[in-house]
Design a protein around this ligand. Structure first.
Ligand code: SF4
Length: 356
């Protein structure tokens, strides 16, 4: 199967931007600078709420001061932790604000917004692609790979595809669903761009830092995932997917005899799957189990302590169950894992909880 947007650039053939890497919306900015300020000015906001991810908290107040000076409007900083474009502040969190500036994330196109919202992706300059492509040669990677990048490194995708093509590699991106702003983008709950080309590649290359996305990508596509870190200039071998899946199977097994489940539902605009939660409750009851819906905005493990519930299924961010399982007092499942635990789905193959 060929990728949806082929043909792909090869040595000496410049074909323009790589599909899945072009900025899709007028309210998305690569950096925190004048084009953003000008767009915010044009909206004539009364008050602006600024949301910054954990990695930028140290700079939050300098950035707020800069925005205030540039736009000449009051700015409030949203202090609760945020993890994605899924959990931008709700109106009652930022009283009086009528514009939002969200740093460090690209938009999730199918999440509705209640006010003009400006996403500042904080992209790194593309840097040197040639030494990174050389690592593919040195470590003898398969010649045809899928490519997925964290949003901060999307500007490096095109130079990397070309540098890899010069060395005989074909790096592909696919076509994702409407939760992805860019098909080549890594979003911790949705790798549909990668899934669309998984049958046509020998493995995947993740361009970015850390293990969060390689874990999610490997679970979603069931392929080897190499991690290419453009900041360190390193190429890491694939992580051990089988042991991660085995951990998940153990958690599912612990929940199989649960009599009463808590079904967790977040009120965040981009994490709210109330319909799914109701459907899961129905399925649990049809299988002779009890199930209660618990609602929250941001889930705090302390809120689950002391409850007379045997296990949980989480319909909010899929990564809570996978990455934070150790923080919770009872087994925490994703919806597909829950369906396996109550006998609605076979245990294998392991199914990633893709949030569409
Ligand atoms: S739901 Fe989770 S993985 Fe998806 S964007 Fe939000 S924080 Fe990231």
């Amino acid at each position: 199967m060929e990728g949806a947007e082929g043909p792909w650039p090869s040595a000496g053939k410049a074909t323009g931007p790589i599909p899945g890497t072009v900025r899709p919306e007028a309210d998305v900015f690569p950096r925190f600078d004048e084009p953003l300020f000008e767009a915010v000015r044009r909206a004539h906001p009364t008050k602006i709420a600024l949301q910054v991810p954990a990695g930028l908290v140290r700079n939050a107040h300098d950035l707020a001061a800069e925005l205030r000076r540039a736009v000449d409007r009051p700015v409030v900083v949203v202090s609760r932790a945020c993890f994605g474009a899924c959990d931008f502040p709700a109106p009652d969190e930022v009283p009086g604000a009528d514009a939002l500036v969200v740093l460090g994330h690209s938009p999730i196109p199918n999440v509705p917004r209640w006010a003009p919202t400006y996403f500042v992706e904080m992209r790194y300059p593309p840097g040197e692609a040639e030494p990174l492509a050389e690592l593919l040669v040195q470590q003898d990677l398969p010649k045809r790979l899928g490519l997925v990048a964290s949003v901060q490194h999307l500007d490096l995708v095109e130079p990397l595809v070309r540098a890899a093509a010069d060395r005989g590699f074909e790096l592909r991106t696919g076509a994702g669903d409407r939760r992805l702003a860019y098909a080549a983008q890594a979003l911790g709950c949705n790798y549909t761009g990668a899934e669309s080309i998984a049958d046509s590649v020998a493995g995947f290359l993740f361009l970015g830092t850390g293990r969060f996305h390689p874990i999610g990508l490997a679970l979603a596509v069931d392929r080897r995932v190499w991690s290419l870190d453009p900041l360190q200039g390193t190429l890491e071998p694939p992580l051990d997917r089988a042991s991660i899946v085995a951990d998940r199977f153990r958690t599912i097994a612990r929940a199989m005899d649960a009599k009463r489940f808590g079904v967790l539902v977040s009120s965040f605009a981009g994490q709210h799957r109330g319909g799914l939660a109701s459907a899961l409750v129905e399925k649990a009851r049809r299988r002779g189990r009890e199930a209660e819906i618990l609602v929250f905005a941001r889930l705090d493990p302390a809120d689950l302590v002391g409850r007379d519930l045997d296990a949980y299924v989480n319909t909010a961010c899929p990564r809570i169950a996978i990455d934070d399982a150790a923080l919770y007092p009872r087994p925490m499942l994703t919806p597909p894992e829950f369906l396996s635990a109550i006998g609605e789905l076979p245990l294998e193959p392991y199914r990633f909880d893709t949030y569409h």
